[in-house]
Design a protein around this ligand. Structure first.
Ligand SMILES: [Zn+2]
Length: 522
């Protein structure tokens, strides 16, 4: 263990090094996700990755590298492009990339153990068709055989044309295994857990660990240093812990949009750090050959639920049916309100949701809508909750306008109170939903200028236990009453397309604030 390095990582100090670059827009290299022919280095805007980055592999032949994203896309920098899974639907996300020793190819590995081989990388089998107890979290190539190992979160090792040296499968771990590294001759390997614990097998020598030492942020990856036979661990916040390997700096203390996901050695003691946001940081003799841009909400699902529907008013036989809303019976849906001029709430809700969906998609999110027209009936409130739950939305919002007292105005955010029923339990999402509510309230007020309600809630927030859409949610969710359609001032706003765009921008900004804060490490 290099004590100095450990201290730096722990204290969060950062070192400004000549080799540290990685600023977007200044990359030099040959981004090659489409496999274009090599061209002279030119100054180019970084390619956009629609999914977060998950790994990096060095091209030992050229000194370049490949970056891999969770959707299987591969970005080549001063390295040949051999193919990718970008554009191909995957059962489970890609979680890592490994290169062949000669740099003539690479493998991608997915969380279900699936292996995708490109170039001279040989397919030697995979766990893709097997039921795994825990997801696969990474892989490494065996430099001796041309085979590889997969490692799962429970410490299980799956060897393909590579010797099995042992595993932690079946042993209870304090923290999940997050990565592995092989010794230069392939005679052994180390596993690393999120708490920095190291498990050594075969001819891999235990040279120290962070196990038992409180960390600012969890360890996310490791790599061996071929020059010394030591290894380095990288933490989500960019902290780096070196063990019998040179320490040349870290990103600890720097603001990261997403967690650090990989470390890869250079030939002379340097290394690259790569985060999920696409940034590449070079230390020592490592060279930053280019990075990618990951949109802020890439990889995240947002559910938008425009309240009511255009056909509800003529379908009482459907929408009046009672459903279980989490311990009590409630109508499937209602027709909603409208302004004195006859502008309907369902039209307002649908228009604001459509505008917000466009904004969220532009920020990289996958958007799920509970209805895609304004002429149907329903769906019922419980179905609306199920749509967001089934999509594993990172955030969900029901968009409404209120039919409050004509003398009152302003907007309200309804947040879930804890409700446990025979069919539901929303206690786990009460906390994050409260945060989502605060973020949406603040952003909506700032963007639209709309005051918080003077007749409902406190400071624009109303925690409720009587709304099925919130009781039945298993994902962070709020409901916004954007304005009071019975109030003449608010009614005029809702009828103005420009204000509806502001409302969509405010909702989008609040959701973005909530989600990006969740992505930020430490
Ligand atoms: Zn409504």
């Amino acid at each position: 263990m290099t004590g100095r390095a450990v201290l730096r990582g722990l204290l969060g100090a950062s070192l400004a090094l000549a080799g540290l670059t990685g600023l977007a827009g200044l990359t030099i290299g040959r981004p090659g996700p489409v496999g274009a022919a090599a061209s002279p280095p030119v100054s180019v805007a970084p390619p956009v990755s629609v999914a977060p980055l998950v790994g990096v592999a060095a091209d030992n032949a050229t000194g370049g590298y490949w970056l891999a994203a969770s959707n299987g896309a591969v970005f080549a920098f001063d390295a040949p492009f051999y193919g990718s899974m970008g554009g191909t639907p995957l059962n489970r996300p890609v979680v890592g990339i490994a290169a062949t020793p000669g740099g003539g190819g690479y493998w991608l590995v997915a969380a279900d153990g699936g292996i995708f081989a490109f170039g001279d990388a040989r397919f030697s089998g995979s766990m893709g068709a097997s039921q795994l107890d825990q997801p696969v979290v990474g892989m490494v190539a065996d430099p001796a055989t041309g085979g590889y190992w997969e490692v799962a979160a429970d410490g299980g090792i799956f060897a393909f044309d590579a010797p099995f040296h042992g595993s932690m499968g079946g042993t209870r771990l304090n923290q999940p295994v997050v990565g592995m590294a092989a010794t230069p001759d392939g005679g052994g390997y180390w596993l690393v857990a999120a708490d920095g614990g190291i498990f050594a097998f075969g001819d891999a020598v235990f040279r120290g660990s962070m196990g038992g030492t409180p960390l600012v942020a969890p360890v996310t990856a490791m790599a061996t240093d071929p020059a010394t036979g030591g290894y380095r661990l990288v933490a989500a916040d960019g902290g780096l812990f070196s063990f019998d390997a040179p320490f040349a700096g870290s990103a600890a203390g720097q603001p990261l949009a997403r967690a650090m996901v990989a470390v890869v050695p250079a030939s002379g003691g340097g290394y690259l750090l790569v985060d999920g946001d696409g940034s590449v940081r070079a230390y020592g003799d490592a060279v930053d050959q280019g990075a990618v841009t990951v949109p802020p909400l890439a990889g995240l699902v947002v559910a938008l639920d425009p309240g009511h529907d255009g056909g509800n008013g003529n379908a009482p036989q459907i929408i009046d049916q009672l459903e279980n809303s989490g311990g009590f019976l409630e109508a499937c849906d209602t027709a909603g309100t409208e302004t004195a001029d006859g502008y309907t709430e369902h039209a307002f809700n649908f228009d604001v949701a459509t505008r917000a969906a466009a904004l969220l998609r532009a920020a990289g999110a996958t958007v799920v809508l509970t209805r895609t027209t304004d002429t149907g009936v329903g769906p019922c409130v419980d179905q609306r909750a199920a749509i967001a739950n089934d999509a594993h939305a990172a955030a969900a919002i029901s968009i409404h306008a209120d039919g409050g007292p004509p003398t009152g105005r302003g907007f309200t955010i309804d947040t879930p109170a804890p409700v446990v029923s025979s069919i539901s339990d929303n206690t786990a999402i009460v906390g994050p939903s409260g945060q989502l509510g605060v973020d949406v309230r603040d952003a909506f007020a700032a963007v639209t200028g709309e005051p918080v309600s003077d007749y409902a809630g406190v400071d624009g927030i109303d925690q409720r236990s009587d709304l099925g859409g919130l009781n039945l949610s298993t994902v962070p969710k709020v409901l916004i009453e954007c304005a009071n359609m019975q109030n003449p001032v608010d009614a005029a706003l809702t009828e103005d397309p420009a204000w509806r765009q502001l409302a969509a921008q405010g909702i989008t900004a609040g959701i973005t604030d909530f989600l990006t804060a969740e992505l930020r490490p430490a």
